[in-house]
Design a protein around this ligand. Structure first.
Ligand code: ZN
Length: 329
């Protein structure tokens, strides 16, 4: 068994089963299960050891999140989950949430979110060894240092980079975010940190950039932002933007949002509509730029909704694993 087999980090223990908690969110686990089944069959990739997904508990959060937020997670986890998935409206009524249908306790989601941090750390360690790794999970880019948001409880990318830094494995890193929505949590968490630069290419309008209060932290700029409008040439903007951003750091995490796909079903991601081929081209531009520069890269999933988005994850895994020469079974 070579190290090549753990280029993909995945265990079903990190999947979220929203229905069992009475939560109605159109994030389907098949977006993970279908790509994994495909690469298992084609490349012999096996699931990662489940125990590795709980190696780090709540203590790891302190690397990147505020003391107050860490205390809230510990003392009032249910409230953190309600906030993360926006389950209570301003008037106090439930929002796509029906606790009478729940069979499992809400606080389980804290453990799930921690498992995604563990997965992203594993992917980073694997990428440090082999140049590339893919975590079939993670990408919680709306989580800020002091609050959750947009279905994201903790920021796994910033936490993982802080972990690598603390252990002396890297000095600096970039986070390249290609989700349809701005990586506002990542921008907020890295704004005053010279050792992590953030890049985000996202919809010019819409959530999370639709707030009346322009002082909201969602407007804190990334190190490099590209705001895309419907008729823009996305791929040219990305290519030029990445060249200008000029990654030269020790490490990169790529946020592989699939909600730019024209068949994605989340209404709030509809301002960018790329074809399947265009999304693969997007991924190749970023993957090859980092590869050519010799920067180890760990990829995480982020957004992607509905019954077709698995195609986006599958096609990139197929391209990258083939390029990495992973043995076929
Ligand atoms: Zn998104």
């Amino acid at each position: 068994m070579s190290g090549k087999r753990n280029l993909v980090i995945y265990n079903p223990c990190s999947l979220q089963h929203y229905k069992e908690y009475g939560i109605g969110i159109p994030m389907l686990n098949e977006r993970v299960e279908k790509p994994f089944a495909y690469i298992s069959q084609k490349y012999g990739v096996q699931a990662t050891d489940e125990a590795l997904f709980s190696k780090f508990g709540g203590e790891i959060l302190k690397l990147a999140h505020s003391k107050e937020y860490c205390e809230k997670v510990e003392n009032n986890p249910d409230q953190v989950v309600l906030d993360t998935y926006e389950l209570i409206k301003d008037d106090g009524s439930y929002n796509r949430y029906d606790p009478s249908c729940a069979t499992l306790p809400l606080s389980d989601f804290v453990k799930k979110a921690l498992s995604h941090i563990n997965g992203t750390i594993l992917a980073c360690e694997s990428a440090m060894d082999s140049g590339f790794s893919y975590h079939l999970g993670g990408g919680m880019h709306h989580a800020m240092s002091f609050r959750p948001g947009g279905f994201c409880m903790f920021n796994d990318m910033v936490t993982a980079i802080k972990y690598l830094q603390q252990n002396g494995k890297i000095k600096n890193a970039v986070i390249i975010d290609m989700d349809a929505h701005k990586g506002d949590g990542t921008a907020q968490m890295t704004y005053s940190d010279d050792s992590i630069r953030s890049f985000s290419i996202h919809m010019k309008g819409g959530w999370p950039l639709d707030k009346e209060d322009k002082n909201d932290p969602s407007y804190i700029p990334s190190s490099f932002d590209i705001e895309v409008e419907r008729d823009d040439d996305y791929l040219s903007l990305l290519k030029k933007g990445l060249e200008d951003f000029n990654p030269r750091e020790d490490f990169a995490i790529v946020v592989h949002g699939a909600d730019v796909y024209e068949k994605d079903e989340l209404e709030s991601a509809s301002l960018i509509q790329l074809t399947k081929e265009e999304v693969l081209e997007r991924d190749k531009i970023t993957y090859n730029l980092l590869k050519d520069r010799g920067i180890p890269q760990a990829w995480v999933m982020a957004g992607g909704y509905g019954k077709y988005v698995h195609e986006i994850f599958t096609q990139f895994l197929d391209y990258s694993l083939d390029d990495q020469g992973v043995a076929r079974v």
